[in-house]
Design a protein around this ligand. Structure first.
Ligand SMILES: Nc1nc2c(c(=O)[nH]1)N[C@H]1C(S)=C(S)[C@@H](COP(=O)(O)OP(=O)(O)OC[C@H]3O[C@@H](n4cnc5c(=O)[nH]c(N)nc54)[C@H](O)[C@@H]3O)O[C@H]1N2
Ligand SMILES: Nc1nc2c(c(=O)[nH]1)N[C@H]1C(S)=C(S)[C@@H](COP(=O)(O)OP(=O)(O)OC[C@H]3O[C@@H](n4cnc5c(=O)[nH]c(N)nc54)[C@H](O)[C@@H]3O)O[C@H]1N2
Ligand SMILES: [Mo]
Length: 757
């Protein structure tokens, strides 16, 4: 154990003085306080830029500046004074850099020049932009088929850049557009589309002010969507019931002190958030939701006509009778065993549901990254449908998205499974025949590279090597590529785990001036608004993402796509938006509508009670509860985020609300699970995962922390634990890697070295 490491209970509320102090420390560390402060003043303002943190929406009239500790960290990380420039790269071989931790890599600061890997010196050397583009064009043209290329996207990319990127890829001839969403809310999209005909949430921010009850399932907003706590706090004050369902007691769901309100700060303890808190087993949510539905159906049987919304069920849904019969037939012993909650607890949760006229259910990765994620999310839809809670003010489904524009990227065509209608319109707008065969998703892309079926990998942002499952396998797959191209702001793992040839293309960040252009983004509630940075670019050699895509497109397609006005698009993004509107009618007149404070809503058929499903109705979809019991000795491991990270970007080594300081190599376990293994709190263990594919996967040297978590469950941080997640373990229907349910066993470490990766 190093001096910095410390594990102790955290007594404060989420937010509060701790959040203020922590944000100031992070701003100071980045060495450019003025640049950061200037940027912060523009954050989420009407004329400013959209926070590069989470996708929680902004109120129409944001306060002078909506304080969010993790938003500040995200902006400070972009506005940093540090630079990974050519002198830096001249000092380090790539082999040396590859030995550094994820934290150390990003901590070198912003990339400043386009760089190319030089195998002779094992270093990145500067390369002129046009030479970089020509290299990509040559490699792509040399492929036997366009489907040997992969175009990955992370969800921070603007609508304009994403639209050009997918246009380029489809002109080139492939639908290989895997994205971070494949690892994130894909399960929500697939589930909701089948249930209610639209793969997005049905609520707006204003609905939270009307709700009588809000359920927050498998989500940790105190860390990952801190601005949501303000919404929940206001709801709590109005008397709204707030139900948290999470194996961990997350502090942000328990208590919150608004960092901008002096009285709350001085009070010290904050105000409560959840009125009810249940800690199910990891993966137990389908049983929880079926259990609640069973209570609701029983209540209706006892007092017919008083509990269900019969008019809604009759007029708007299909499949109710079959669903109800099957839920009634589940026995309580199965529900209790699989959920980890008692019947009494489930009756209480269901009681909150039936006592409330308007109900919103929110969820995030705790539900989506499971083998049974799609059935579980459909069980949420079922529960909402029982009482007409979709398309009612103050009620609805709310998958809380991750990356700030992950939803927008999908809207403008970043998907490996494009709809035929979208392709028809894209083809008509640009006079070409787009490829129709579906492309590779994230897991499919890894397998294709591993097997040599894909050879060029282009990444629009993100950190594929660290974010994906099965690190060792995935790294070998990336290393087999002929060329890997990374369009990025800061150095990360994917830049040092590269193909035979490799390019680093540095781009402007959200907070930086891009001429006087603006881009657009879509938040978690389908609101589209403008974003324009004001900071001076981190280096004069940076290009915008749209300019980089145009450069690659011209160098690759040449005369084949000379009818596409790439340069005009880059000169004025309004021209890209005009084309987006031609392909996606909901964008019509967006130029005027993004100028309004708050932007505009893209519309949502389910919210209007129009059901775009094969039955023309909202569907009750039943799935049996799976038996998730593991062999003796194994634990269900979830891989989660600490308070000091943004996905693979590690800001620091503290997870304040969970009382863990100075280290990320920890495994949280129930005290009895620690004791029965002959271990003690603080011991160092190796973690092995178990999956039926004949390969062994071990993560070494994790410190055991006895923690308030159900027996049989454990937690470790992503991405350190990604070596344990088998690439073949994916969710049924959505193929999202099962990052929240990895069967593992632990054993005293062979070598208790605690070097962070
Ligand atoms: N500061 C910051 N903000 C972020 C991010 C970040 O890394 N840092 N990431 C962004 C992205 S891309 C995303 S997708 C979101 C992620 O936001 P979250 O989904 O909140 O992120 P996770 O840490 O993965 O947390 C999952 C939560 O689900 C719980 N959980 C795990 N398994 C289960 C289960 O089986 N059942 C239930 N009921 N709960 C479970 C965990 O205890 C944890 O509280 O946040 C976004 N915002
Ligand atoms: N085990 C496990 N694995 C997971 C998860 C989990 O919970 N557990 N969560 C999954 C989820 S929900 C997600 S969304 C994925 C995230 O996967 P990704 O989106 O691929 O990863 P990020 O860490 O968000 O990407 C960070 C990098 O993006 C680059 N970047 C930052 N800003 C910009 C920009 O403005 N433009 C460009 N071009 N680049 C930029 C920087 O170089 C930075 O290093 O990870 C997934 N992986
Ligand atoms: Mo995500």
């Amino acid at each position: 154990m190093t001096d910095r490491e410390k594990i102790e209970a955290y007594d404060g509320p989420a937010g509060g003085m701790g959040a203020l102090a922590s944000s100031m420390r992070h701003v100071a560390r980045q060495g450019a306080p003025l640049r950061t402060t200037a940027a912060l003043l523009q954050l989420n303002q009407h004329a400013g830029f959209d926070c590069p943190g989470c996708a929680w929406p902004d109120p129409d009239e944001p306060a002078t500046f909506e304080f969010c500790e993790n938003g500040i960290k995200a902006v400070a990380a972009e506005a940093t004074g540090r630079r990974a420039d050519p002198e830096f790269f001249a000092r380090h071989t790539v082999t040396e850099l590859a030995a550094q931790t994820d934290f150390e890599l990003e901590d070198h600061g912003r990339l400043t020049h386009p760089m190319r890997y030089d195998a002779a010196s094992d270093k990145y050397l500067p390369v002129p932009w046009d030479e970089a583009f020509a290299t990509i064009g040559a490699a792509l043209r040399a492929l036997a088929s366009p489907d040997e290329a992969i175009f990955y996207t992370s969800g921070r990319t603007s609508n304009e850049a994403a639209f050009l990127y997918q246009l380029f890829g489809r002109l080139f001839g492939t639908n290989n557009f895997p994205d971070c969403s494949n690892m994130c809310h894909e399960s929500s999209g697939v589930a909701l589309k089948e249930s209610i005909g639209v793969g997005k949430g049905t609520v707006l921010l204003e609905d939270f002010a009307l709700a009588d009850a809000i359920f927050v399932i498998g989500q940790n907003p105190g860390t990952n969507h801190p601005r949501m706590l303000t919404t929940l706090q206001e709801a709590h004050r109005r008397g709204t019931k707030i139900v948290a369902i999470n194996p961990l007691k997350e502090r942000g769901l328990e208590r919150f002190a608004h960092p901008k309100k002096p009285l709350e700060l001085l009070g010290g303890t904050g105000t409560p958030i959840a009125t009810h808190y249940a800690q199910p087993l990891i993966g137990g949510d389908l049983a929880v939701l079926h259990g609640m539905a069973k209570v609701v159906l029983d209540a209706e049987e006892r007092a017919p006509g008083t509990v269900l919304d019969h008019a809604f069920i009759r007029g708007h849904t299909s499949g109710f009778d079959d669903y109800a019969a099957r839920v009634r037939a589940i026995d309580w012993a199965t529900i209790e065993r699989q959920s980890g909650l008692t019947r009494v607890q489930l009756e209480e949760l269901a009681g909150v549901y039936t006592a409330s006229q308007r109900v919103i259910v929110c969820w995030a990765m705790g539900l989506t990254q499971h083998k049974h994620a799609v059935p579980t999310i459909q069980a949420i839809a079922n529960l909402l449908l029982l009482r007409g809670n979709i398309g009612r003010p103050g009620g609805g489904a709310c998958p809380v998205r991750g990356h700030s524009n992950v939803q927008g990227d999908r809207t403008v065509g970043i998907t490996e499974k494009p709809a035929a209608e979208f392709l028809d319109r894209l083809g008509a707008a640009f006079a070409f025949e787009p490829p129709r065969a579906h492309g590779l998703d994230t897991v499919g892309a890894i397998e294709a590279m591993a097997e040599g079926r894909a050879r060029v990998f282009v990444s629009m942002g993100g950190n594929f090597a660290a974010a994906t499952p099965d690190a060792e396998y995935t790294w070998a797959a990336l290393r087999r590529c002929h060329l890997t191209v990374q369009i990025a702001t800061k150095l990360n793992r994917s830049h040092v785990v590269h193909g035979r040839e490799a390019l680093l293309l540095p781009c402007l960040s959200r907070s930086e001036r891009d001429g006087n252009q603006r881009v657009t983004v879509e938040d978690s509630m389908s609101m589209v608004h403008g974003s324009s940075g004001r900071n001076a670019p981190a280096s004069p050699h940076l290009l915008s993402e749209p300019a980089i895509v145009a450069g690659i497109a011209k160098a690759t397609l040449g005369a084949r796509a000379s009818h596409v006005p790439w340069d005009d698009f880059v000169a004025d993004y309004a021209r890209i938006r005009a084309k987006i509107a031609e392909v996606i009618p909901a964008f019509a007149d967006s130029e005027a509508r993004i100028r309004r404070p708050g932007g505009f809503h893209l519309g949502n058929t389910a919210r209007d009670r129009q059901w775009d499903t094969p039955t023309g109705k909202a569907n009750f979809l039943f799935h049996a509860i799976p038996d998730l019991t593991l062999p003796d000795g194994q634990l269900r491991l979830m891989t989660i985020r600490s308070h000091d990270q943004y996905n693979t970007t590690i800001y620091g080594h503290d997870d304040r609300y969970r009382g863990i300081y100075g280290t990320r190599r920890v495994i949280l376990m129930h005290a009895d699970d620690v004791a029965t293994r002959g271990l003690a709190d603080g011991d160092v263990v190796d973690i092995a995962s178990h999956f039926d594919d004949g390969r062994s996967r071990v993560a070494r040297a994790f410190r055991v922390v006895a923690y308030d978590i159900p027996r049989g469950c454990a937690a470790a941080y992503f991405p350190e634990a990604n070596v344990l997640v088998p690439v073949g373990a994916v969710a049924d229907g959505s193929r999202t890697p099962v990052s929240k349910f990895v069967p593992v066993s632990v054993a005293r470490a062979a070598q208790p070295v605690l070097r962070e990766r």
